[in-house]
Design a protein around this ligand. Structure first.
Ligand code: HEC
Length: 267
C-alpha cells in the first residue's frame, strides 16, 4: 500500500514541524537585530528559547541604572517589589525594602489636605527624575531623556542596540558637522545624540568581583533593561518548553495509535 509506505517519515516531519513552531514562538525579539549592520549581536544568557537571566548581572545592571541612568531617565512601569520577584534580579525582601526606602515618594493629601514626602515602600513605582517633560528638556539642552521601561523592546536590536549605544561613542569623522552639545555615536540613527556618553570604566563600583569595565557596565545595564521591558521572559520560555514537550508526547501517542489502527488492515 502506497499510503502507509513511510508513516515514520511523515510523523518525523510532523514532530519536527511542531518543534520548529515551539522554537519560533519562544524566540526572543532581541534576535531580530540582523537588518541593521552596525548593531552587533552580543551573547546573552536570556536569548534563545530556553534562556534565563543571570541574577548577578541583573543586580549589577540595576546598580548601574540607579547610580547613573536614573539621574535622567525614569523607569516608571517598574515597582520596587518587582526587584524581588522570581525571574528578575531577585533581591531579598530586606534588600527590596531598603532600596525602596532610599527614595522619597510624594504622598497625600494628609488630614490637613497637604501633600507630603515619605520614604518609599516596596509597593511604590520607581520615581522619575523630572516632574514633567518641560523640566526634563530644560535640564538636557532641549532633549527629552525617554522613559526606559520599554526601551529594550522599542528599538530594533533591543539589548544589542542599548549595548551598542553605550559603547558606541567616538570622535566624529572629520567630514561630519556636529551641532553644539551633541555627541557622535556609532549606532544612534543619524549619529548625533543629545546624551553625552553616560558610562566609562569604573562608573559604578561592583561588589561581586566583576571587572568594572565600560563593556561590563554596558552589558549589565542592557540586560537589566531587557528584564524591565519583559519581566515575564523566563516564565514565557518555561511555558514554551513545556508546550514543546507536550507536543512531542502527543505526536508519539498519535503515531502509536495510528499504527495500531492501520495494523488491523490486511496488507
Ligand atoms: C545627563 C542625562 C542622561 C544620563 C545620565 C543618561 N541619559 Fe540616556 N538620554 C539622555 C537624553 C537627553 C536622551 C535623548 C537623546 C536624543 O534624543 O538625542 C537619551 C536617550 C537615551 C536612549 C534612547 C536612544 C534612542 O535610540 O532614542 C537610551 C536607550 C538611553 N538614553 C539609555 C541610557 C542609559 C542606559 C543610561 C545609563 C547608563 C543613560 N541613558 C544615562 C540623557 C541621559
Amino acid at each position: 500500500m502506497k499510503m502507509i509506505a513511510s508513516p515514520f517519515a511523515k510523523h518525523a516531519a510532523m514532530i519536527a514541524g511542531a518543534m520548529l513552531l515551539g522554537v519560533t514562538l519562544g524566540t526572543s525579539p532581541a534576535q531580530a537585530a540582523g537588518d541593521l549592520p552596525e548593531i552587533k549581536a552580543q551573547s546573552w544568557t536570556f536569548s534563545g528559547p530556553f534562556g534565563t537571566f543571570d541574577r548577578g548581572q541583573l543586580q549589577r545592571g540595576f546598580k548601574v541604572y540607579k547610580e547613573v541612568c536614573a539621574g535622567c531617565h525614569g523607569l516608571r512601569q517598574l515597582h520596587f517589589r518587582n526587584l524581588g520577584e522570581p525571574g528578575g534580579p531577585e533581591f531579598s525582601e530586606a534588600e527590596v525594602k531598603a532600596l525602596a526606602a532610599e527614595v522619597e515618594v510624594k504622598d497625600g493629601p494628609n488630614d490637613e489636605g497637604e501633600m507630603f514626602d515619605r520614604p518609599g515602600k516596596p509597593s511604590d513605582a520607581f520615581v522619575s527624575p523630572f516632574p514633567n517633560e518641560n523640566a526634563a528638556r530644560a535640564a538636557n539642552n532641549g532633549a527629552n531623556p525617554p522613559d526606559l521601561s520599554l526601551m529594550a523592546k522599542a528599538r530594533v536590536g533591543g539589548p544589542d542596540y542599548i549595548y551598542g549605544l553605550m559603547v558606541g561613542y567616538k570622535e566624529p569623522p572629520s567630514s561630519m558637522k556636529m551641532s553644539e552639545d551633541m555627541s557622535y555615536n556609532d549606532v544612534f540613527p543619524g549619529h548625533q545624540i543629545a546624551m553625552a556618553a553616560p558610562l566609562s570604566e569604573e562608573s559604578v563600583e561592583y561588589t561581586d568581583g566583576t571587572k568594572p569595565t565600560l563593556e561590563n557596565h554596558a552589558k549589565d545595564v542592557s540586560a537589566f533593561l531587557m528584564w524591565a521591558a519583559e519581566p515575564k521572559l523566563e516564565e514565557r520560555h518555561k511555558l514554551g518548553f513545556r508546550f514543546m514537550i507536550y507536543l512531542l508526547i502527543l505526536s508519539v501517542l498519535l503515531y502509536l495509535a495510528k499504527r495500531r489502527i492501520w495494523s488491523r488492515l490486511k496488507h
